[in-house]
Ligand binder design. Structure first.
Ligand code: AMP
Length: 360
């Protein structure tokens, strides 16, 4: 189903998932007079405190899903591991954005890489792996070092292992739980960047500036905008983002993670949702990725993605949340906390954007 006419203020957006991304979507929607209804299995979800309505139920509780679908005007999600059956079921009652086809492509690393490669956009060499024998064949074609990743459900470096020259393939396959997998050639990248783009139901596309991303222990730590890359490389990355979102017939905000290697841009993966490396847009742009997503899925005109400031976004992980008071005292810092009670190690508790005047 599609949203034909712009949903007026007072409409309801349903969000699958109740974490910080849903929370920030809900806050952005509220500014536009749109209410959010969160659907999540966890009784203490960060998004509940700032949303108009909630359903606490499992993602395969079809009676609860139907009640949720009937109570909202459009459904979206804050994480990519929504079961395909769930999204497909909801789509019988209410528009779902991004759509089920885009979701399925992004959920499976083989489908994702095949799709991007088919657009003529560079990806790491890759091969499908189903057992140790196919892994050995893939290694003899792709070589080492290489990265073995589960086809599905990987995030923040989980479900993947690097294979060094001479390593035992069977041990590597055991390490990722002997699950259906993908072998990728290791990209000796100079930088990690990403592109945050949005597309409306009518096909209008808006692409933000390119952040440079630094990870610690596989978790995003900072996004710096502008990235220190040549302008033509940034334009190429933005162009790839725009082509991917259009070819997916996608509605909403997408995050496309990329490597810069040898001055070229190689696409790593697609996140079919608002993205942590787009949090800087909340304070350095007039229209944040969260407002942009709500605009896109509700059939509103997209906002200009223009950036008015230079910015570094820093995630507050685990007990770094303890810096809140010191950070709140800095005039150029905009702080966003997610209302999570327990500061477990590596857990995303909040982030802050430090702005500086935009350099020409
Ligand atoms: P992913 O789960 O695909 O986002 O990978 C997590 C991180 O692992 C990336 O941000 C990279 O730092 C690294 N990585 C993933 N795939 C590759 C690759 N093919 N070559 C080099 N590094 C990789």
């Amino acid at each position: 189903m599609k949203v034909a006419d712009p949903l007026p203020p007072g409409s309801r957006v349903g969000i699958l998932g109740g974490g910080q991304l849903a929370r920030m979507l809900s806050l952005a929607a509220a500014r536009l007079g749109i209410d959010c209804h969160i659907y999540a299995p966890e009784a203490h979800s960060p998004a509940f405190a700032v949303s108009a309505a909630r359903t606490i139920a499992a993602y395969d509780d079809f009676a609860a899903l139907e009640g949720f679908a009937r109570a909202v005007d459009v459904v979206t999600y804050e994480f990519e591991n929504v079961p395909g059956d769930t999204a497909g079921f909801l789509d019988r009652f209410v528009p779902v954005a991004p759509g089920v086809a885009a979701l399925k492509t992004a959920q499976d690393r083989i489908a994702e890489k095949t799709f991007i490669d088919g657009l003529g956009i560079p990806v790491a060499p890759f091969a499908e792996v189903s057992d140790t024998a196919t892994l050995e064949r893939a290694l003899s074609r792709i070589g080492t070092p290489a990265v073995l990743k589960t086809r599905r459900f990987g995030y923040d470096g989980k479900g993947q292992t690097k294979i060094h020259p001479g390593a035992d393939p069977d041990a590597a396959f055991a390490e990722i739980g002997r699950q259906p997998a993908i072998l990728e050639g290791f990209v000796a990248f100079e930088k990690e960047i990403s592109v945050i783009a949005a597309r409306s139901w009518s096909g209008e596309v808006a692409v933000y500036d390119v952040p440079e991303n630094h990870h610690e222990h596989h978790i995003l730590k900072t996004s710096t905008v502008p990235a220190s890359i040549p302008a033509d490389v940034a334009e190429k990355a933005r162009g790839f983002g725009g082509r991917i979102i259009a070819a997916l017939d996608y509605v909403g905000v997408i995050g496309v993670e990329m490597f810069v290697a040898g001055g070229d841009v190689v696409v790593n993966e697609i996140a079919p949702r608002v993205h942590n490396s787009g949090h800087w847009t909340m304070d350095a742009c007039h229209v944040s990725q969260f407002e942009q997503h709500i605009r896109a899925i509700c059939g509103w005109p997209l906002g200009a993605p223009d950036r008015h400031s230079d910015v570094v976004m820093t995630n507050l992980l685990g007990d770094e949340i303890g810096r809140w008071c010191e950070l709140a005292a800095e005039p150029a810092v905009h702080i966003h906390l997610y209302g999570k009670a327990e500061a477990r190690r590596g857990r995303k508790m909040g982030h802050f954007n430090r702005l500086t005047p935009r350099q020409p």
